[in-house]
Design a protein around this ligand. Structure first.
Ligand code: 5GP
Ligand code: ZN
Length: 113
């Protein structure tokens, strides 16, 4: 299941390059091209699903696999502790409509003391 004109489907297919950090049967993890933290990795399913709620409905096992991959990335890169952000909808900053969780190391996002 791929979507034409989807940049992350193209990354999954190997049609455009990405700095892959981890890959499983159903999930890919690669570095964000414009990092907002010193660790900033995107974790996405290989199938095209538009957002996290659709992933929960349509591919719950793969969403769980994404969580495991996110933890593995954090184990390797930031002592196992991380933020996992799903921008959902344009007003919340979603720009790529192929679900992906941003794995980021800690640091201030504005709600920390
Ligand atoms: P969103 O704004 O949809 O939550 O996140 C999309 C993210 O994908 C952004 O942080 C953006 O920097 C990243 N991004 C967009 N295009 C590419 C690309 O071609 N390669 C990689 N590695 N990241 C991308
Ligand atoms: Zn896609």
């Amino acid at each position: 299941m791929t979507s034409t004109n989807c940049i992350f489907c193209m990354i999954v297919a190997g049609d455009i390059p990405a700095q892959k950090v981890l890959e499983t049967e159903n999930v890919i993890a690669f570095r964000d091209i414009a990092p907002k933290a010193s660790v900033h990795v995107l974790v996405a399913p290989k199938v095209h699903v538009p957002n996290v709620a659709a992933a929960a409905r349509e591919i719950p096992e793969i969403l769980a696999e994404m969580a495991t991959v996110a933890q593995q990335v954090a184990d390797a890169e930031c002592d196992g502790e991380f933020r996992w952000i799903f921008n959902t909808g344009p007003s919340a900053g979603q720009t790529v409509f192929h679900v992906h969780g941003h794995v980021m190391n800690g640091g201030s996002l504005g709600w920390d003391a």
